[in-house]
Design a protein around this ligand. Structure first.
Ligand SMILES: Nc1nc2c(ncn2[C@@H]2O[C@H](COP(=O)(O)OP(=O)(O)OP(=O)(O)O)[C@@H](O)[C@H]2O)c(=O)[nH]1
Ligand SMILES: [Mg+2]
Length: 412
C-alpha cells in the first residue's frame, strides 16, 4: 500500500509533577523540604529519512504520543525525563497544522443553538438541567472574522458560513486548503519538533524560604503540546515522467535505473509513483526519476487514477512527456500530447512552466516513423527524442538528455 497523505494526532509528554517530601534522618530533626522536581516530558520529533518512500507507518500508527516525564521523588531525587518520540518520515514530507475547519470529516453543527432539553445526548445524563444552565453562553463574534462556537454537552462545533464555503469551492480554494503549512522536511536527517513537551513541576524544596521553611506544595508538571496534523508526501525527484497509461513509462524507468516496476500490456499497471536512481558512473552523478501512474483525459475529474499522484512531480526540476508514438492503443500521439498538457494545466498551471522534454517511445513499431513526422508537423518547434525503451534503443541519449536538462534547470 502506498500512502502519501495521512492525518495524525500528536501529543508530547506531560511534565512530571514535583514532589512534596521532608527529609527524615536520625539525629536531624526537621530535616527540611526535600521533594525533587518532575522530569520533562518527551517531545514528538519528525525526522526525514531517505530510506523511506511513503507514510505507511503513520497510517497504521496515527497517534504519536511521547512519554510523560516521571514525577519527582523524596530525598531530592528528580524524576526521569520522558523519552522523545522520534518518528521517521520520508524526505519530501510536508506538515500541515489542521485547524478545526480543515479537519477532514468535520461536520458543522446545525445553525440554531442546541436546546439542552431537546438534546438526546444530554438526556442520558442525570444532571442535564444543571449542566444546561452552567453551559457557557454562545460566543458572539466580536469581529466579522471570528467563528461562532456552539456547544452541546461535551461536543463543540463551530458555525460555518455554507454560502461562503460554496463560493470558495467554486473558486477552487477550499479543496486544497489544508490548514497552515508548518514544515517541509527535505534533507535526510532533518528534524522538526511537532509537539513540544511540558516542563516538569518543581518539588517543594525549591519553595523553601527563611519565612516558609516547610512548604507543603509543589508544582504540577505542564502539559505537552497536542494537535492534529496532516502529513503530505511530495516526493523529491529531479525528473518526472508523465504519459498516458501503457506509454512505456515503467519500461523506461527499468531501462535507466535499478528500479523494477511492473510492466504489462494493459493500462494502469503502475498504481503508485515509482522512484528510480539513474547513475552516471563517469562523473559520479546520480539523478532521481519518478514515474507517476498514467494520466488520461478527465483525470482532473478523478477519471482513472485522477490527479492524486501529480503532487509527486510538483517538485521535479524537469518533466519528461513520454508519448506512445506507435499509437498502439489506437490514439493519435499528438492528441495524447495535447491532452497531457491540458491535464497538467488543470492540476497546476505552474507545472507547465517547468522545462519539459518530449520523448517518443515504441519507435520500433512500423507506424511510429510516419507518426513522428506528422507529430513534428502538428506540434511545431518541438524537439522530440525517439527511443524504444523495450529494446534499449536511445536509452543512452535519454540519460544524457535528462542530465543536461537537470543541469540547465539548476542554473536557471
Ligand atoms: N514495441 C514496444 N513496446 C513497448 C516499448 N516500451 C514498452 N512497451 C510495451 O508497452 C507495454 C506497456 O508498458 P509499461 O512500461 O507497463 O507502460 P506504463 O506507461 O508504465 O503503463 P502504466 O503503468 O499502465 O501507466 C508493455 O507491454 C511494454 O512491453 C517499446 O519501446 N516498444
Ligand atoms: Mg507503469
Amino acid at each position: 500500500m502506498f500512502i502519501d497523505e495521512v492525518k495524525v494526532y500528536t501529543r508530547a509528554g506531560h511534565g512530571g509533577k514535583g514532589c512534596v517530601a521532608f527529609h527524615r534522618e536520625a539525629y536531624r530533626p526537621k530535616g527540611g523540604p526535600s521533594g525533587g522536581n518532575g522530569g520533562q516530558g518527551g517531545n514528538v520529533i519528525l525526522q526525514a529519512d531517505h530510506d523511506l518512500n511513503n507514510l505507511i507507518q503513520q497510517f497504521y500508527t496515527p497517534r504519536l504520543i511521547a512519554e510523560d516525564g516521571h514525577p519527582g521523588l523524596g530525598k531530592g531525587m528528580d524524576g526521569h525525563a520522558g523519552k522523545d518520540l522520534l518518528v521517521k518520515v520520508p524526505c519530501g514530507t510536508i506538515v500541515w497544522r489542521l485547524t478545526p475547519k480543515t479537519i477532514p470529516g468535520f461536520t458543522p453543527a446545525p445553525a440554531q443553538d442546541v436546546d439542552p432539553e431537546s438534546d438526546p445526548d444530554a438526556e442520558g445524563e442525570g444532571d442535564s438541567e444543571s449542566d444546561g444552565k452552567s453551559r457557557p453562553p454562545m460566543l458572539a463574534s466580536s469581529t466579522g472574522h471570528r467563528p461562532v462556537f456552539r456547544r452541546s454537552g461535551n461536543e463543540i462545533a463551530y458555525e460555518i458560513n455554507l454560502e461562503q464555503e460554496a463560493e470558495n469551492e467554486r473558486k477552487g480554494n477550499s479543496s486544497r486548503d489544508k490548514g497552515e503549512r508548518i514544515a517541509d522536511l527535505t534533507e535526510h536527517g532533518q528534524q522538526f519538533v511537532l509537539a513540544k513537551s511540558g516542563r516538569g513541576g518543581l518539588g517543594n524544596r525549591n519553595f523553601a524560604t527563611s519565612r516558609r521553611q516547610a512548604p507543603r506544595f509543589a508544582q504540577p508538571g505542564e502539559p505537552g503540546e497536542e494537535g492534529e496534523f496532516l502529513l503530505e508526501l511530495r516526493t523529491i525527484a529531479e525528473v518526472g515522467i508523465v504519459g498516458y497509461p501503457n506509454a512505456g513509462k515503467s519500461t523506461l524507468l527499468a531501462a535507466i535505473s535499478q528500479a523494477r516496476p511492473k510492466v504489462a500490456p494493459y493500462p494502469f499497471t503502475t498504481l503508485t509513483p515509482q522512484i528510480g536512481m539513474v547513475d552516471y558512473p563517469k562523473d559520479y552523478r546520480r539523478i532521481t526519476v519518478c514515474d507517476v501512474p498514467g494520466l488520461i483525459e478527465g483525470a482532473h475529474n478523478n477519471v482513472g487514477l485522477g490527479h492524486a499522484f501529480l503532487r509527486h512531480i510538483e517538485r521535479c526540476k524537469i518533466l519528461v512527456m513520454l508519448i506512445d508514438m506507435a499509437g498502439v492503443d489506437g490514439r493519435k500521439p499528438w492528441d495524447d500530447y495535447r491532452q497531457l498538457l491540458q491535464e497538467l494545466e488543470l492540476y497546476d498551471p505552474g507545472l507547465l512552466k517547468k522545462p519539459r522534454y518530449i520523448v517518443a517511445n515504441k519507435m520500433d513499431e512500423p507506424p511510429a516513423e510516419a507518426n513522428l513526422k506528422q507529430f513534428k508537423r502538428k506540434v511545431p518547434k518541438s524537439r522530440v527524442l525517439p527511443i524504444a525503451a523495450a529494446f534499449d534503443e536511445g536509452i543512452a541519449a535519454f540519460k544524457t538528455l535528462i542530465r543536461d536538462g537537470v543541469d540547465s534547470a539548476k542554473d536557471a
